[in-house]
Ligand binder design. Structure first.
Ligand code: NAP
Length: 183
């Protein structure tokens, strides 16, 4: 594999381990954190050295550096970390997401999405914050497939196997009508 610029977001054991291996494989890696001079980041850099182009920075620095990105932040904080990374630095890039949406704050292990707050509800809230009004959510009792209706845009949230089964892309792959007014 040819040398790539890779941004690893997250200075925990997972982020540092993945980032170290990626450096060993010859890639140019920037490890991102909330602060550019985080202790964990500096420790990692001291271990791997800068000779092979390794660096540390903020989440935004790592996201700007990488053509390929890895999200290895705490699952409950991943959205906050990705916001700090910045939409412009993320746009159009492949993000390998190894984070788990786990919440240990109550002492009992919970999922940060699904148990108390579904992905559809999070999208609905975000759309309202962005000024799109309150989007309608419809879904089946088992939540295999949820539809969020924003008017001009419809968002489908599927479980992976249901998404594969319904294969919406096939529907869109048909011939386009020649006359968009009458069809
Ligand atoms: N896929 C797998 O096989 C696998 C295996 C194990 C773990 N995991 C997942 O990998 C992820 C990383 O685990 P980990 O134990 O290495 O580290 P972690 O302690 O879960 O996360 C550390 C990272 O999260 C960031 N973070 C924490 N709170 C934040 C906040 N409020 N806002 C923004 N960023 C915040 C930290 O930023 P700072 O650098 O600024 O401190 C740090 O970079 C987790 O989601 C974990 O569940 C996956």
């Amino acid at each position: 594999m040819e040398r790539m610029n890779i941004g690893v977001l997250g200075t925990g054991v997972v982020g540092r381990t993945l980032a170290q291996r990626l450096v060993e494989l010859g890639h140019s890696v920037c490890l991102g954190s909330r602060s550019a001079d985080s202790e964990a980041g500096q420790e990692w850099l001291a271990t791997v050295g800068t000779a092979r182009g390794a660096s540390v920075g903020t989440f935004a620095d790592a996201a700007a550096h990488g053509a390929l990105l890895v999200n290895a932040t705490s699952g409950g904080a991943s959205i906050a970390a990705l916001r700090l990374a910045g939409e412009r630095n993320l746009r159009g890039k492949v993000l390998v997401d190894v984070a788990n949406p786990l919440d240990f704050s109550t002492g009992a292990l919970q999922l940060t999405v699904v148990n108390t707050d579904s992905l559809a509800e999070q999208i609905q809230r975000r759309l309202k914050e962005e000024g799109h009004g309150k989007a309608r959510i419809e879904g089946d009792a088992h939540c295999d497939w949820v539809v969020i209706d924003i008017g001009d845009i419809i968002v489908h949230v599927f479980r992976p196997e249901v998404r594969e089964f319904y294969n919406l892309e096939k529907m869109w792959s048909g011939e386009r009508p020649t006359d968009p007014v009458t069809h």
